[in-house]
Design a protein around this ligand. Structure first.
Ligand code: ZN
Length: 222
């Protein structure tokens, strides 16, 4: 399948960075940890999605068929602009090329089964189309990324609402931590976890993703 995705800015203009991996954190908002009845992890719980999971929000979202419910997890997405290995939080700040929103799409029953067996989560989170991404705003447009409101409406109804202020591992600490385990490259994206309110998507759902009360993107489930 042709992979036409390219990182874009909030106006839809291409950003001159390659499309890389996505590094994600699970359980970074306490209210979401509680809604799934999970334990609070001490160190960040990391997983990845491959570049083939990324799609834009303009084309209808295609969910896997016959694999149980597919949940939306609305997350602040951070676009990395410089190579980072074993970096400090201060250096991580300089490497951020943009902020956007992502849906960390998750096959919930598949994930629960994997968790119960102690197996990794890729089958639930790394499928083609598992990471719809919005366009990115420049860092200077979002001067307080750690106090940004995230909101997801499904068919006009608010499903998820939170502030990045609720993160247990803040953005710069998280990027620094990740870079001690995996080198981040220009064009990689870090997903920073989801607030409460995750739930299943259905065919034909209309989504609206809002960031900081200033930017919004629409999407539709095929
Ligand atoms: Zn997530």
């Amino acid at each position: 399948m042709e992979h036409a995705y390219q990182h874009r800015d909030r106006d839809g203009q291409p950003i001159d960075l390659p499309v890389g991996k996505i590094v994600c954190i699970g359980r970074n908002y306490l209210d979401h940890v509680r809604e799934l009845g999970n334990a609070v992890p001490e160190a960040p719980l990391l997983f990845m999605k491959p570049s083939t999971a990324i799609v834009g929000l303009d084309a209808p979202l295609r969910l896997p068929e016959a694999r149980g419910s597919c949940h939306h997890e609305l997350e602040l997405a951070v676009l990395i602009g410089r190579r980072l290995t074993g970096t400090s939080p201060a250096a991580a700040r300089e490497a951020i090329a943009g902020y956007g929103l992502a849906l960390d799409l998750t096959l919930r029953e598949v994930q629960t089964e994997l968790k119960n067996k102690g197996q990794p989560w890729e089958l639930a989170k790394a499928f083609d189309g598992a990471c719809p991404l919005s366009g990115f705003v420049r860092p200077e447009e979002l001067p307080e990324p750690q106090a940004a409101e995230l909101e997801l409406l499904v068919n006009g109804e608010r499903r998820q609402h939170g502030s990045t202020a609720q993160m247990m591992h803040p953005i710069l600490d998280l990027i620094a931590h990740i870079s001690r385990h995996f080198t981040l490259l220009p064009g990689d994206v870090v997903l920073t976890g989801t607030p409460a309110g995750v739930g299943p998507l259905a065919s034909g759902d209309r989504l609206e993703l809002r960031l900081a009360g200033r930017w919004s993107w629409s999407a539709r489930v095929a």
